[in-house]
Write a protein that binds this ligand. Structure first.
Ligand code: F6R
Length: 358
């Protein structure tokens, strides 16, 4: 049950440190990534990786796909519902990775079936042991987040992103043409601190007072670049899903190509810092010049904080994990905004936990 919490979502946000510890447990040893049933060399034949997913899982897949490309492996991320029309060529050297919390999302299952019919190899990254995705795919990796009851995915996003980041290191280690990132060791080392850093965010967050301050706004925008783009999309999805307020996420550099027309004093802009954030900073300044309040989601000493009216602070960490800490702050903002608006947080109207129709 939800115990002392008002909502499952609050519990699921709050128990992320434990969920993440479970996700990581035993998977990094002596600077190498190991997955239970997938021996070293298992991905040696992989030439291209296609991630397929929907909703929040798609945002986690964006994260993984960017990391894999930066390790020199060809990778793309496709919306599962668009797979039929948009997927490029697939063969036996294609690994299709289905990212699905429930393992039951019809669009995602359909995309995997289409890819495997054309000869691709498949891997499910899921939370649910024995789910359809886990049973149908050639292999499965579990994110081990524990059951998620709230319709809005929270802890499972964090566990998916970490699992996928580890998976990219496992794949890059096997693929002969990959160029594993130089600071891989530092990245894996700082992963050990992630559960503690999430705990720090949970203990020190000012998300509730910030939500209260901006609750009467017209619209809420979330911007980021690189890994921060996927976090921006996820921040906006969560916000609209449970508050019923209008929210949009953008790649920071796209703001000036249209959305800036919507920016006023009544549209707070959350600027998400994940490391290489020059575009996020310059575009946040553009929005600020149009009167928008800027909320930096960043470490205290980050340059983006200078361009902001308010801050949601995150601990300093490796850039690969910073976006996950920013995302926890955004989960909390959405949660508190929805609570202030008295929305039915765990069961938003019109939505279901797992979407088993196409
Ligand atoms: C958003 C949310 C949905 C799911 C999507 C995919 O909070 O929960 O967007 O992420 O329906 O579900 P799974 O991961 O079960 O395939």
């Amino acid at each position: 049950g939800k115990g002392e919490y008002d909502h499952y979502m609050a519990k699921e946000i709050d128990t992320q440190p434990t969920a993440l510890s479970n996700t990581i447990e035993g998977r990094v040893e002596n600077g190498n990534v190991a997955f239970e049933d997938l021996p070293v060399g298992t991905f040696a034949d992989v030439e291209t990786v296609q991630f397929v997913a929907c909703g929040t899982s798609y945002h986690a897949a964006m994260y993984g796909s960017q990391l894999l490309r930066s390790a020199g492996v060809r990778a793309e991320v496709l919306r599962a519902s668009e797979y039929e029309q948009t997927a490029g060529p697939v063969d036996e050297n294609t690994l299709v990775v289905a990212v699905t919390q429930s393992g039951e999302t019809a669009d995602t299952l359909d995309a995997v079936r289409r890819a495997t019919d054309r000869g691709a190899r498949s891997l499910a990254v899921t939370n649910v042991v024995g789910s359809t995705a886990a049973r149908e795919a050639d292999d499965a990796i579990y994110i081990r987040a524990g059951p998620e009851v709230g319709v809005a995915a929270t802890k499972t996003f964090s566990s998916q992103a970490v699992t996928l980041a580890l998976l990219t290191q496992r794949i890059a280690a096997d693929v002969p043409t990959a160029t594993p990132v130089d600071d891989r060791e530092a990245m894996l080392e700082s992963l050990e601190d992630l559960p503690e850093h999430v705990e720090t965010v949970l203990e020190t967050t000012n998300a509730e007072s910030l939500a209260r301050e901006y609750i009467d706004s017209d619209s809420y925008f979330f911007i980021g670049n690189g890994l921060g783009h996927s976090v921006a999309l996820e921040g906006a999805l969560k916000f609209k899903e449970i508050t019923y307020e209008h929210a949009e996420g953008f790649a920071a550099g796209e703001l000036k190509h249209g959305p800036l027309a919507l920016v006023t004093q009544e549209t707070p802009v959350f600027a998400i810092a994940t490391g290489d954030d020059e575009k996020t900073k310059t575009n946040a300044i553009e929005a600020r010049t149009r009167g928008a309040p800027i909320v930096a989601v960043a470490p205290d000493d980050h340059p983006i904080a200078d361009a902001a009216d308010r801050q949601l602070s995150i601990p300093d960490t490796h850039p690969v994990w910073a976006g996950l800490l920013a995302n926890v702050q955004l989960q909390l903002v959405s949660y508190h905004a929805a609570a202030l608006l008295e929305r039915p947080i765990d069961k938003p109207r019109n939505l279901a936990k797992s979407v088993t129709v196409e």
